[in-house]
Design a protein. Structure first.
Length: 172
């Protein structure tokens, strides 16, 4: 039996003989012949990433957080680092236009990029499956960032040399 699911679902997973509540975006057809990891992994999606390059200073991350919070914009993914006196932030946010306007008040250069987002299970070998699908079609991963923490399905952001082809490979 194949079950079509196209919405955010809440479920309880049986993991190590414990029932664990979990929320997962499942946007593809769940086929019982797939492995658990394949069934849980959500469809990869095209997304817009807002990046800002700005001279680094103490408290800059707090300023970015404050600007977005005041604009009522949520951060779904974040990568931030400093190099040669410049701070670089790469963000996936809930409301792009409001976030861009809020961050523009800080100065710096704002860039919008197409990226891929995918929720993957917080399990050994999960990144291997994602990266393997991209490598199998001959595409270079430019960068990837994400976090697991205690989340069952962390969000990963991927930039490749060919996002369109990578999306197709990931969603096979």
């Amino acid at each position: 039996m194949i079950i079509p699911v196209n919405r955010r679902v809440e479920m309880f997973l049986l993991i190590d003989l414990k029932i664990v509540p979990s929320t997962c975006n499942i946007i593809e057809t769940i086929n019982p012949n797939k492995s658990l990891m394949e069934a849980i992994m959500a469809t990869a999606k095209k997304a817009k990433q807002l990046s800002i390059e700005i001279p680094n200073r103490v408290g800059l991350l707090a300023a970015v957080g404050t600007a977005l919070s005041k604009a009522k914009v949520n951060i779904e993914a974040l990568c931030a680092y400093e190099m040669a006196g410049t701070a670089y932030f790469m963000l996936i946010i809930t409301e792009l236009a409001k976030g861009k306007k809020a961050l523009a008040t800080l100065g710096g250069k704002i860039i919008l990029d197409d990226v891929i987002t995918v929720e993957i299970p917080n399990k050994k070998g999960a990144i291997e499956k994602v990266a393997g699908k991209i490598a199998d079609v001959g595409i270079d991963i430019v960068y990837i960032y994400g976090t697991a923490g205690s989340c069952r399905n962390p969000l990963c952001v991927i930039k490749t040399a060919d996002d369109k082809k990578a999306l197709k490979a990931l969603n096979k």
